[in-house]
Design a protein around this ligand. Sequence first.
Ligand code: HAM
Length: 416
Amino acid sequence: MNDCLPEASPYWQQLETLIRQLVAGYGYSEIRMPVVEKTPLFARSIGQVTDIVEKEMYTFTDRNEESLSLRPEGTASCVRAGIEHGLLYNQEQRLWYMGPMFRHERPQKGRYRQFHQMGAETFGLAGPDVDAELILMTARLWRQLEIGDEVELQLNSLGSPETRVAYRQALVDYFMPHADQLDEDSRRRLDTNPLRILDSKNPDLDALIEGAPRLADYLDDESREHFDGLCTLLDAAGIHYRVNPRLVRGLDYYNRTVFEWVTESLGAQGTICAGGRYDGLVEQLGGKATPACGFAMGLERIVALLEARSDQEFAAADVYVIGVGDTGAAALNLAEQLRDRCPGIRVRLNCGGGNFKKQFKRADKSGARVAVILAASELERDEVSIKYLREARDQVTVPGRTIYDLINQYFLESGN
Ligand code: HAM
């Protein structure tokens, strides 16, 4: 679990701001769910024999002897909240959320035990148009972040629950005679969740998996039509994708469309966003049958891409206020006035005194572009000085009342 340190937080803020604008642009409404839920919610939705539920949840018994878990993802909570508050009954919803999730995985670059997701979930919309909308929304974000050329969209269809049952049997029939060639994980999955064998990252199994029956050959007509419809819409929108027949996802609630945005820039943990359709989940959790589709993106991984690409230095302030000599309350007051009259400009006040040189050092370190200097000797004349910290330009002394316009003008012209 990570601390987010001051040098990283500007990237987070930038990303979070863009995400808020993005979802607003698509007419999605925010929902905030608690970070703790009753454990059975996750077992019933994500699946009893998935990695997440079997070994990754932070589960504890509370004072009422009830088993609770820190949420490992947002979809289950979102559906629970939607049912509980009557948001899903006979209506459409387009929702989004952002916040921490918890999985007790083996930590490595891009994989953490507390991580952050932004997710979007749609309800009551059955056609491939909303699948396409969700994908276009994410593609727009990559463009805005200028990481579009580093990510690839992978797409697959898992078909209907019946498709999966038939396909599951076909996989068992195929892998069983080769069980001795499988690794321990995959052998276990042969009994519990054979589709996940396809997901294996073990290169020794590549050839065997390559020869396995293809899900596409088991798809029911309606699912195939849905998938073709989605591909047509993506083609028309100019979105490139690769159909990956091995893409099955690690959570059980999916049917039909599944997708992942993958990058090679991050090493092993290259999936920055993943999602798909889960038409059966609302009913499974006690609501009325409601089609649903969504995605979640891992913010740590996206921030890592942004950090790797940028040598931006983020300043904590634009203006640094220095007081020389005994200025009493005047410097504090000047800083307040600047905040009143120069909106949007970040003002940091020198606190703790110090000689001129020391205060300048601090001004420089703050990243401010301008120092406003208030000298005790100039107080009576109501004069202040401006020193430009990032350019060769003479220091000027001006009447105190003109400082606000000068500062506003300076940052307007220099495009702050
Ligand atoms: P997921 O594939 O488990 O799907 O997670 C979505 C994304 O969260 C991943 O692609 C990755 O970027 C990020 N992520 C997952 N685990 C970690 C981790 N340990 N450390 C850092 N990042 C991580 C879901 O969670 C589904 N709820 C997505 C969804 C929404 N499907 C439909 N609606």
